[in-house]
Write a protein of this length. Structure first.
Length: 113
Protein backbone atom coordinates (compact mmCIF):
# COMPACT_ATOMS: atom_id res chain seq x y z
CA UNK A 1 0.00 0.00 0.00
CA UNK A 2 2.85 2.38 0.87
CA UNK A 3 4.47 1.88 -2.55
CA UNK A 4 1.13 2.39 -4.32
CA UNK A 5 0.50 5.69 -2.52
CA UNK A 6 4.04 6.88 -3.21
CA UNK A 7 3.68 5.92 -6.89
CA UNK A 8 0.42 7.88 -7.12
CA UNK A 9 2.07 10.99 -5.71
CA UNK A 10 4.96 10.71 -8.18
CA UNK A 11 2.56 10.13 -11.08
CA UNK A 12 0.39 13.08 -10.12
CA UNK A 13 3.55 15.20 -9.75
CA UNK A 14 4.48 14.53 -13.34
CA UNK A 15 0.97 15.21 -14.64
CA UNK A 16 0.52 18.39 -12.60
CA UNK A 17 4.06 19.54 -13.52
CA UNK A 18 4.42 21.28 -10.16
CA UNK A 19 6.22 18.72 -7.96
CA UNK A 20 8.25 19.65 -4.88
CA UNK A 21 10.10 18.16 -1.92
CA UNK A 22 9.14 19.26 1.60
CA UNK A 23 11.37 18.93 4.68
CA UNK A 24 10.05 19.76 8.16
CA UNK A 25 11.73 19.53 11.54
CA UNK A 26 9.88 19.63 14.88
CA UNK A 27 11.89 20.35 18.00
CA UNK A 28 9.86 19.96 21.21
CA UNK A 29 11.25 21.48 24.41
CA UNK A 30 10.12 22.83 27.77
CA UNK A 31 12.91 25.33 28.46
CA UNK A 32 14.91 27.39 25.98
CA UNK A 33 18.17 26.61 27.77
CA UNK A 34 17.59 22.83 27.54
CA UNK A 35 17.06 22.25 23.82
CA UNK A 36 18.86 18.91 23.65
CA UNK A 37 20.42 17.50 20.50
CA UNK A 38 19.23 17.45 16.90
CA UNK A 39 18.91 13.65 17.13
CA UNK A 40 16.04 14.22 19.61
CA UNK A 41 14.00 16.10 16.98
CA UNK A 42 11.43 14.69 14.55
CA UNK A 43 12.04 15.26 10.84
CA UNK A 44 9.67 14.67 7.95
CA UNK A 45 10.62 14.37 4.28
CA UNK A 46 7.80 14.23 1.71
CA UNK A 47 7.34 14.63 -2.03
CA UNK A 48 4.30 16.57 -3.07
CA UNK A 49 2.43 18.32 -5.81
CA UNK A 50 -0.12 21.04 -6.14
CA UNK A 51 -3.49 20.16 -7.61
CA UNK A 52 -4.75 23.28 -9.28
CA UNK A 53 -4.28 26.56 -7.46
CA UNK A 54 -5.85 25.61 -4.12
CA UNK A 55 -4.95 22.01 -3.22
CA UNK A 56 -1.85 19.93 -2.54
CA UNK A 57 -0.88 16.36 -1.55
CA UNK A 58 2.34 15.00 -0.03
CA UNK A 59 3.69 11.59 0.92
CA UNK A 60 6.94 10.44 2.52
CA UNK A 61 8.64 9.29 5.72
CA UNK A 62 9.48 10.63 9.17
CA UNK A 63 11.92 9.80 11.95
CA UNK A 64 14.39 11.14 14.48
CA UNK A 65 17.03 13.66 13.38
CA UNK A 66 17.95 12.84 9.79
CA UNK A 67 16.84 9.19 10.00
CA UNK A 68 13.52 8.84 8.17
CA UNK A 69 12.95 5.28 9.38
CA UNK A 70 10.16 5.60 11.98
CA UNK A 71 7.11 5.55 9.72
CA UNK A 72 5.05 6.90 6.84
CA UNK A 73 3.81 10.47 6.61
CA UNK A 74 1.11 12.02 4.40
CA UNK A 75 -0.59 15.38 4.13
CA UNK A 76 -3.30 16.94 1.98
CA UNK A 77 -4.52 20.50 2.22
CA UNK A 78 -6.18 23.51 0.68
CA UNK A 79 -6.06 27.31 0.73
CA UNK A 80 -8.72 29.75 -0.46
CA UNK A 81 -8.69 33.54 -0.57
CA UNK A 82 -12.35 34.40 0.01
CA UNK A 83 -12.05 38.11 -0.74
CA UNK A 84 -12.86 40.80 1.81
CA UNK A 85 -9.48 40.03 3.44
CA UNK A 86 -10.38 36.45 4.50
CA UNK A 87 -8.14 33.43 3.91
CA UNK A 88 -9.21 29.90 4.84
CA UNK A 89 -6.76 27.02 4.80
CA UNK A 90 -6.68 23.55 6.22
CA UNK A 91 -4.95 20.22 6.10
CA UNK A 92 -5.17 16.65 7.23
CA UNK A 93 -1.82 15.24 8.34
CA UNK A 94 -1.39 11.51 8.87
CA UNK A 95 1.46 9.47 10.33
CA UNK A 96 1.86 5.73 10.55
CA UNK A 97 4.13 3.64 12.75
CA UNK A 98 1.93 0.61 13.43
CA UNK A 99 -1.44 2.27 12.74
CA UNK A 100 -2.37 5.53 11.04
CA UNK A 101 -2.98 8.57 13.27
CA UNK A 102 -4.57 11.69 11.83
CA UNK A 103 -4.71 15.40 12.68
CA UNK A 104 -7.06 17.91 11.05
CA UNK A 105 -6.13 21.61 11.11
CA UNK A 106 -8.28 24.52 9.94
CA UNK A 107 -7.18 28.16 9.93
CA UNK A 108 -9.25 31.24 9.22
CA UNK A 109 -7.32 34.48 8.83
CA UNK A 110 -8.60 38.04 8.48
CA UNK A 111 -6.28 40.81 7.30
CA UNK A 112 -6.81 44.44 8.42
CA UNK A 113 -5.97 46.15 5.16
Amino acid sequence: MKNLALSLVFASSIVAADPYIMYENDWAFENFDELGSFEDTESTLRVGTTLGENFYVEYGRFGEGTEFNTGDSAEAGYKFNLGNNFVVKGKVESKKVDDWNHKLTTEVKYFFR
